[in-house]
Design a protein around this ligand. Sequence first.
Ligand SMILES: [Zn+2]
Ligand SMILES: [Zn+2]
Length: 176
Amino acid sequence: MDYKCYCGTSLYYSGGEWLCRSGHPVHLCKNCQALNKSVPLQWIPKYQRWYCYECEKYAPLFGKRPPTIDQATNLQVRAMAATTVSLSSQLIRLGEEVKEIENRREKLEEKRYKLKSELSSLSKTEEKDKAKAAKIASEITKLTALIKETNNEYKLKAKEENAVMAALNRTGFRKG
Ligand SMILES: [Zn+2]
Ligand SMILES: [Zn+2]
């Protein structure tokens, strides 16, 4: 079913909700919602009422007119502001996550450094040292793999951060 916004353009379904490309509000049929169906009400200009094609009924609670163009523009501006706020908070969260990964990587590198110096202080001829050296070497290998994993995690997160930053710049948001 091609559901339309009251502005005449087709609605699209994204992230679990019906949306108009111009950011107009979409009213859902309450009866259908009660049945866990997401059905947008359709504005019938001729009767100045909202209609549900699924229930084949006019919606009693939405007898009101759709917003005027000015109200719609306001809603668009508000939707834009909400996007900016949401992107900013995403950016803050991502920044914290990047920092957390950096700290984690630093600790792992410190640990590896200590093990490496411990390893170099061990004798290569004494039997008891040999066993210890083997154990430390295997720990270093594990740490190296972990550091590599953390590096990849860091790269992905930094990429995500850049994407959000770019999206935020596109909204015309200026820091400070
Ligand atoms: Zn619309
Ligand atoms: Zn319905």
